[in-house]
Design a protein around this ligand. Sequence first.
Ligand code: GDP
Length: 211
Amino acid sequence: MSTSSPEPLVIRSLEFMGGMATAVGWRPEPLLPEIAFAGRSNVGKSSLLNKLVHRKKFARVSNTPGRTREVNFFKINGNFVFVDLPGYGYARVSKEKRAEWRPLIEGYLSGSPELRGIVQLLDARRDPTEDDRHMLDYLSEIGVPTIVALTKVDKLTAAQRVRRVDELCLALELEVDQMIPFSAVTGEGRNELGEAIESLLAQPSWRTPAP
Ligand code: GDP
């Protein structure tokens, strides 16, 4: 890429709008296009969000396993919204507790007429968990445009990475161009993800807004 290209997805302002705590609980009026970020706990979601918006502690709230987890809404540049979904599948809690994410996340996804797309995070070094597969199945069932960000790719060699992208695309029935290798450490993938998000935001909603 030419060094003179302007950076995609320039963040001029960022405002926390509030959190949604239950499937039918408060959420901001859906007046602006939304992009939601999903992934299991520890996948690197806070780090990715912080890198994407160039803030050090933007997504810190979502980062404490076990705390009351909410869907957090952030207004960006006054004209679109980033939605930080709670990290799911924290290994050290009971199975029942681990299943608690589903109603909340699915409640958000089904009740958000301005949703334009999802960034689903997967750890480049790990196989997708049952929860990851459930999430991806659910996303394809509702038909929402989905980008996969492959996190922590700085931990893989170039050859390992190519192999991993191929394996994951095959296993999850995804296209290679749906997958963006990302590193919060090196910043790799930040601009590719920014561009992908800009194009999702430019699309009309994939579903008919509720009357
Ligand atoms: P979250 O629970 O999904 O919000 O995950 P965090 O962003 O808190 O990251 C979990 C752990 O992975 C932390 O120890 C991070 O420092 C580490 N981490 C996150 N992103 C990267 C990355 O791109 N590269 C490397 N090497 N470590 C990362």
